[in-house]
Every structure is written in structure tokens, then in C-alpha cells.
Write a protein that binds this ligand. Structure first.
Ligand code: SF4
Ligand code: SF4
Length: 355
């Protein structure tokens, strides 16, 4: 954590005079996935040659130099990569590191990655049958829940990541109860309709009712990661015509070939305008010459990784408590307690892993 704190101070100095500095980074390690969600465009994309560990480290050094403090890995399914532990280890030395997984392989690989993560997000979009249907594979729910339990036993800070679609919004309250029963938190975000995937994004009164219900549950103390401000801002924007100010420059996304995705991964659908990898670019110069202004009132998506940092302010007591104070306490507690012994080692040979 120390390098992050020191670099946080350096970053704060960099942002003087209104300079734009990315705060968090997201990186798809591959598009390949072992599941086939209808609303997801990524698993259908062929992966070109994946980056080597040396190239992944070059990305990390570029991001660290640019001011990034938080680094999240996703896919496709990142646990399909054999070299994931090595990548996470390098990231852990530089950043507050998070992983997003569908959880299928989590139980078998948790012992390889548990030491290198500050946060783990397991995606779950329904209870039992509905989740399996949305993922396109029977057993997805059971594997994800087993993975969450295993990660908890390994002392990790775990949250469910749940995408609200028109097929599952009626289960949102049950999803919160599931999180409570598992002793984890849960983050929600409405699905975005990508051009090359099933259009499952919810809308209308039913979505409004769901967001309002989740806002109330948050206020009542349910273990919901989203800030109350997030729900209020999305409702105000989509239902009352009062936009929130999007700051996509706070989040930098890197595709599996190491190319920057600008202005945000939603509008680019994870494509890139760059022919060079991120380590051959000057991020600071790029960030401060790009015309971001037209995206400030976009509000097209409600993805947490863009909305929450955009909405954050040190003057908002609740969000400071949710995103600074409580994670810091949890991190300190985790450091004080010795980990449980690792579960049996995974049988790597039996996994459909790549790279
Ligand atoms: S599990 Fe995630 S990456 Fe895989 S198909 Fe579903 S949404 Fe896409
Ligand atoms: S609101 Fe618009 S600019 Fe902001 S992240 Fe979403 S799609 Fe991109």
C-alpha cells in the first residue's frame, strides 16, 4: 500500500493547475471467456496474440508514471490466463489491485492469487437458474458462490458485481440478501446495450423502481458498494433530465493488445484508435490535449468505474466514508490478521488456461 500512498501525494501535486491525471485503470487481459452471456460482446471476439508478462509490466510502469493508483483486471475471463498470478503480483507491487471474474475457476485458483489482491469482484446476475440462464452455462451460479466462499476463507475483500438487465431487475433485492448471507458486498450497474450483443439494458418505470429501491436499501445500511449519490445521479439524469458530469479521463482502459481505449470503453466498445501500445505513448500529454469536454454531459451509461470516480468529492461525507475510510480500515484489518492456510493446490493441468 505504501507506494500507492506516496504516489497518491505525487498525483495530487500533478493535478494542480487543473491538469488531467487518470486515477484508475482497467485492463482486459483477454477477450476469451468460458461463459457466453447474451449481453456481453467480448467473448465472441478472437484474441490476437496476448501480451507477455514483460509487456504487461511495461503497461504498469506507464500507468504508474501517469498517476494511476488503482488497477483492475478483467476479461473475458482473466482466470483463464495461466500467468495471471505473475501479472497480479507485479500489479500489487505498484497499485491497489482488483480482479473481476465470473467465478467459475475461482475456487481452484484462489490460492495462487490471494496475496496479490486488494479487491475481488465476482459477477453474479441472478439467483440459481436465472444466473445460469444469463451466463449460458448450468453450474455458473454454484461455481461462483463456491468461489466467493473460498475467497472469503482466504481473507479477501469480496464483492458481487451485478449487472441489471431487463431479465433480472426483479431479483435485485434477493441479490442483496444473497450478498448479506455470503458476508460480502454487492455492486449494481444497469447493462449497456453494445452494438454486437443482446440488447438487455432495462429501462422505464421498472428500472426506476429498482434503482429507487436499491437507493433506499443503501440508506438503510444494506451492504451495497454503490454510493447513494450514484443511484440519485442516475435517477436524476435518466428520469428527470438533470445530468451528472462525466469525467472519463479519470479512468483509463487498456485492451488486450495494450492499446488505450478513448474516451471511454463504452463509446469505443473496447476498440482503440491507437496503433501503438500504451508504453510507447505519453499519457500525460495525451490526457491534457484530448478534447474531453463534449463527454461531460454524455450520461449514456451508468458504469460504476466511470460514474463513481466522476461523482466523488471530498466534500461528500458518505462517499468519503464508502470509498476511502471503510476500505482503509478493512485493508488495515486484513494486514493485522494472519491468513487462513491455503486450500489444496489447484490442478493446473486440468484447467482450460491460456498463455
Ligand atoms: S462472464 Fe463476463 S466476460 Fe464472460 S461472457 Fe459473461 S459478461 Fe462476458
Ligand atoms: S457517460 Fe458517456 S462518456 Fe461517460 S463513461 Fe458513459 S458513455 Fe462514456
Amino acid at each position: 500500500m505504501k507506494p500507492v500512498i506516496l504516489r497518491g501525494i505525487k498525483r495530487a501535486l500533478k493535478t494542480r493547475n487543473g491538469k488531467k491525471v487518470p486515477l484508475l485503470a482497467g485492463h482486459k487481459l483477454l477477450y476469451k471467456c468460458n461463459l457466453t452471456c447474451d449481453m456481453c460482446p467480448f467473448w465472441k471476439r478472437p484474441d490476437e496474440k496476448l501480451l507477455s508478462i514483460e509487456e504487461e509490466v511495461k503497461i504498469m510502469d506507464s500507468l504508474a508514471n501517469a498517476g494511476v493508483l488503482f488497477y483492475g483486471f478483467e476479461g473475458g475471463e482473466p482466470l483463464l490466463r495461466k500467468d495471471l498470478p505473475a501479472i497480479l503480483k507485479e500489479s500489487h507491487e505498484r497499485f491497489h489491485t482488483a480482479l473481476v471474474t465470473n467465478g467459475w475457476l475461482l475456487k481452484s485458483r484462489i490460492g495462487e492469487i490471494d496475496n496479490f489482491l486488494e479487491s475481488l469482484f465476482v459477477s453474479l446476475d441472478g439467483i440459481g437458474f436465472l444466473h445460469d440462464k444469463l451466463r449460458g452455462a448450468t453450474g455458473s451460479f454454484a461455481h461462483a458462490v463456491e468461489g466467493i466462499r473460498a475467497a472469503k476463507r482466504h481473507g479477501l475483500s469480496v464483492a458481487i458485481s451485478s449487472t441489471i438487465t431487463r431479465e433480472n431487475f426483479h431479483e435485485a433485492e434477493q441479490m442483496v440478501s444473497l450478498a448479506e448471507n455470503l458476508g460480502v458486498k454487492i455492486n449494481f450497474q444497469p447493462a449497456f446495450n453494445y452494438s454486437t450483443a443482446g440488447a438487455l439494458s432495462p429501462y422505464g418505470q421498472k428500472l426506476l423502481d429498482t434503482l429507487s429501491k436499491l437507493l433506499q436499501m443503501k440508506k438503510d445500511g444494506a451492504p451495497i458498494v454503490n454510493s447513494a449519490d450514484y443511484f440519485r445521479s442516475v435517477i436524476n439524469s435518466w428520469y428527470h433530465g438533470v445530468p451528472w458530469t462525466c469525467k472519463p479521463w479519470l479512468t483509463i482502459n487498456i485492451n488486450p493488445q495494450g492499446r488505450i481505449v478513448m474516451p471511454c470503453y463504452v463509446l469505443q466498445e473496447y476498440g482503440s484508435d491507437f496503433s501503438k501500445p500504451v508504453w510507447e505513448l505519453n499519457i500525460t500529454e495525451l490526457w491534457n490535449t484530448y478534447d474531453w469536454q463534449e463527454y461531460e454531459s454524455c450520461n449514456k451509461c451508468a458504469l460504476s468505474c466511470y460514474a463513481e470516480p466522476s461523482l466523488f468529492s471530498w466534500t461528500k461525507r458518505d462517499t468519503v466514508k464508502d470509498f476511502i475510510f471503510e476500505p482503509a480500515i478493512s485493508y488495515a484489518r486484513r494486514g493485522l490478521h494472519q491468513r487462513h492456510p491455503k486450500e489444496s493446490e489447484p490442478n493446473i493441468a486440468s484447467l482450460p488456461i491460456v498463455n
